[in-house]
Design a protein around this ligand. Structure first.
Ligand code: NAP
Length: 257
């Protein structure tokens, strides 16, 4: 594949675009970064450490794509501004922002420690706000942008043991619908992808019994793969999705149907 050229069969042409993806080291974020690069985007990948990003960056480069990594804690305002400034200095514009970084600290609400609440809200919700604010300013100047925020079916339905996580992911939805209205006149769309149960490190820790029970509850009778999410994110990142904004799209095998 020629450098920067869309992969054969890729229906979304992101040639010449820069995509910033948070949580690009593993799981869903890694699949999104690889997919956007395969469609021609230059990828700026974010995770807490650079070594964690190496695998993703190498996979993109091995396929002929372009990618750079930056270390940042998405919950830290100074980190976020520094990284966005550095990405902007390196590449002239940022066209696509995918707020994917997230974590869980599960436990029943009555026993939940303040720290578990704060860490999840700060990473999943505040991190999405911090990157959207910093990158949104660049997109406003460029009169173009695609922001895709990763929520969860837990933010739509609730899930026992995930009061902090569900609140953060429901918050991402309200936040996204609001900024979609604020940014629409500048040709910036904002959409939410709400995954169901996707096989990654985050869900690997669950006992097999729980995984089997979840599978029973999924109408398509399989757990999701990171690529199931990456496909939709890629479409929403492209020029063809210019009339879709403020939407929440579940990719969950029918769990919330
Ligand atoms: P994962 O495999 O655990 O990966 C999480 C990613 O987020 C890693 O790249 C991690 O990077 C990064 N990250 C976590 N905290 C960070 C922080 N403070 N600053 C910067 N990066 C941070 O999780 P996943 O399953 O791919 O989930 C990705 C997103 O999808 C999350 O928002 C998650 O809530 C959402 N989601 C997942 C599922 C599912 O079933 N897997 C379902 C619904 C929604 P490092 O650890 O390398 O720093």
């Amino acid at each position: 594949m020629a450098e920067g050229a869309p992969a054969p069969g890729c229906r979304v042409d992101l040639t010449g675009q820069v995509a910033l993806v948070t949580g690009a080291s593993r799981g869903i974020g890694r699949a999104i970064a690889i997919r956007l690069a395969a469609c021609g985007a230059t990828v700026a990948g974010i995770a807490r450490t650079l070594p964690a990003l190496e695998g993703t960056l190498q996979a993109i480069r091995d396929a002929g794509g372009t990618a750079e990594g930056w270390a940042a804690n998405v919950a830290n305002p100074a980190d976020v501004q520094r990284v966005v400034d550095e990405v902007e200095a390196k590449f002239p514009k940022i066209h696509v922002l995918v707020n994917n970084a997230g974590l869980t600290r599960d436990g029943l609400m009555l026993r939940m420690e303040d720290a578990a609440w704060d860490e999840v809200i700060d990473t999943n919700l505040k991190g999405t706000f911090l990157f959207s604010r910093a990158v949104g300013a660049i997109m406003m100047r460029g009169r173009y942008g695609r922001i895709i925020n990763i929520s969860s079916v837990s933010g739509l339905m609730g899930n026992p043991g995930q009061a902090n996580y569900s609140a953060s992911k429901a918050g991402v939805i309200g936040f996204s619908r609001t900024i979609a209205r604020e940014l629409a006149s500048r040709n910036i769309t904002v959409n939410v992808v709400a995954p169901g149960f996707i096989t990654t490190d985050m869900t690997d820790v669950l006992p097999d019994k729980i995984k089997a029970e979840v599978k029973e509850r999924v109408p398509v009778r399989r757990l999701g793969a990171p690529e199931d999410i990456a496909d939709l994110v890629c479409y929403l990142s492209g020029p063809g999705a210019s009339y879709i904004t403020g939407q929440v799209i579940a990719v969950d095998g029918g769990m919330t149907a």
